[in-house]
Design a protein around this ligand. Structure first.
Ligand code: NAP
Length: 489
């Protein structure tokens, strides 16, 4: 139990407010209140006690919950906790905030930290924190800690996310919570005014927002190429010669599908940059806003690249496992018998040997470069390189990876594109379909290397404009590329 005599004397501000100064947040002298005795409250109390703070917990039924809290903390009634505390965490669900109104006089002039999360993503306010601020107009509401789980609080910041997003309309209140946050081992991130609280409340509810399109795209490509390859390699032999190739479905077809998805996804990483460059050349200015779809695509390039990397890695693993299959062993033995029977023991075909050596070597290089891109995209690594190094890896080495992967596919195809036997059901071989996009991207990139084109693009990106007018583009709802309001300089 905290000693009453050790409790700090809080300096009264003009007007009787007990607003905390950041410099007064010495752990041993501060009493932190927590309203509510649920999971979050218990973990928070433990972390605060471990950080050296005095903790007083307010409950509707203190006797029932006291045993669940560390013995260094005090569990008492909500009113008693509100009276004793200098700064109060509101760890009750937002629908129960209104039941705390009788604490209004005790909480006046104090900082209230709203840790609540919403039930669903809200596009429009008011947020929980704003509603709490309306309920307690004489308190200083800070939004924060809602993105930290009770588990992370209990395990300590080493095991979980360390960033705590905070916002408040009162700078002093926010500073004091930021300081408290640092002492607990977290990294406070200032998100500005309380109007940002809706965004902070939505943060834990998003489900991989930037991954949705790349994943859907990768899945759609996988389904398309899997079906395409199945028709060519399983259905066609069955229809034409009653040959049962169904055994190919789990490994062989999957193995030829993954590289298709990987290559197209990698091309999709570089395509939006090219579209953006050609749009700027077409417009003759960089001040026009890109359409929304292009904006989103540009932002999601990293996710497209990581999906491509995953497919490339899976292709490599599947390929390594191919000789382990029983079917591969039986085919090998059958081939050997066939050769003995026909009296042609030497199966060495020079062209095939070269094709395979080059194919594997280029494939390994492509995978190596892709791994480098994936590692560099990790925030912890990206933070250690400067902008030039980052663009060198992501752009120059990225195009090298795309070139290598394209070459890998070209060598795989070799001369098969010219053999009519490869056009099962008049369908072109898969590698031909797959090559269309990467080759278009590589050609587009080469076009930008032409001195006249490259020079013009560099000029535009440094602010040059085709017309002497500055164009202000007013965004509209569907496409931010609509209305133009032209004014002379
Ligand atoms: P919980 O386990 O259900 O605890 C809620 C507590 O609120 C209860 O234990 C209760 O304590 C108190 N309370 C006060 N007035 C109440 C009323 N009228 N009706 C019901 N309960 C009342 O919830 P929790 O998981 O600790 O979450 C608490 C808050 O933290 C929520 O706003 C949540 O969004 C937020 N949060 C939780 C987590 C997490 O990992 N759990 C993470 C981030 C944010 P007494 O009975 O002792 O009064």
């Amino acid at each position: 139990m905290p000693d009453d005599m050790a409790r700090p004397l809080i300096r009264e501000r003009a007007g009787g407010s007990r607003h905390l100064e950041a410099s007064m947040l010495e752990p041993s002298t501060l009493v932190i209140g927590i309203l509510g005795t649920g999971d979050f409250s218990r973990s928070l109390a433990r972390r605060l006690v471990a950080s050296g703070y005095q903790v007083v917990v307010g409950s509707r039924t203190p006797a029932r919950s006291a045993a669940l809290f560390p013995e260094e903390s005090e569990v008492t009634s909500q009113m008693e906790a509100a009276n004793q505390a200098d700064l109060v965490f509101v760890a009750v669900y937002p629908e129960h905030h209104s039941t705390l109104v009788q604490l209004k006089p005790a909480l006046a002039g104090k900082t209230l930290v709203d840790v609540s999360n919403g039930l669903q993503i809200k596009q429009e306010g008011p947020s929980n924190a704003q509603q709490l601020a309306d309920l307690f107009p004489e308190s200083y509401v800070v939004k924060g800690f809602n993105t930290i789980s009770a588990w992370t609080l209990q395990a300590g910041p080493r095991d979980g996310s360390r960033q705590v997003f905070l916002c408040s309309d009162d700078q002093n209140a926010k500073s004091s919570v930021m300081q408290l946050c640092r002492r607990m081992g977290f990294i406070p991130v200032d998100m500005g005014l309380l109007s940002s609280s809706l965004e902070i409340e939505n943060l834990p509810l998003y489900l991989f927002p930037s991954w949705r399109t790349p994943i859907i795209c990768a899945l759609a490509l996988f389904v398309f190429f899997y079906l395409y390859n199945s028709v060519r390699d399983v259905l066609y032999p069955y229809v034409t010669s009653k040959k049962n190739n169904l055994y190919k479905l789990p490994i062989e077809i999957v193995n030829v599908t993954f590289p298709c998805v990987a290559l197209v996804m990698l091309a999709l990483v570089y395509l939006p940059g090219l579209i953006a460059a050609f749009l700027q050349l077409w417009w003759g200015t960089k001040y026009n806003r890109f359409p929304n779809w292009l904006d989103h695509w540009l932002i999601q390039r990293k996710q497209f690249g990581l999906c491509s990397f995953l497919c490339a890695v899976l292709h490599a693993i599947y390929s390594l496992c191919l000789p382990m299959r029983k079917s591969a062993r039986f085919q090998l033995i059958n081939k050997a018998f066939e050769q003995v029977q026909t009296g042609r023991p030497d199966s060495w075909v020079e062209e095939e040997v070269w094709r395979m050596e080059l194919y594997l070597s280029v494939g390994i290089m492509a995978l190596g470069l892709l791994s480098l891109l994936a590692v560099t995209s990790l925030p912890s690594v990206a933070n250690t390189v400067n902008w030039r190094e980052f663009t060198f890896v992501q752009s120059t080495l990225g195009y090298c990876a795309l070139s290598m992967a394209t070459l890998h596919t070209l060598i795989f195809g070799w001369n098969r594109a010219f053999l009519s036997a490869q056009y099962h059901f008049y369908m072109p071989p898969t590698f031909l379909l797959v090559l269309i996009l990467p080759l278009a991207v590589l050609l587009g990139r080469l076009a930008l290397f032409l001195p006249c084109v490259g020079h013009r693009l560099r000029q535009i990106r440094r602010g040059w404009e085709k017309s002497r007018h500055i164009r202000f583009i007013l965004p509209d709802d569907d496409c931010r590329n609509g209305l133009e309001n032209v004014s002379n300089v």
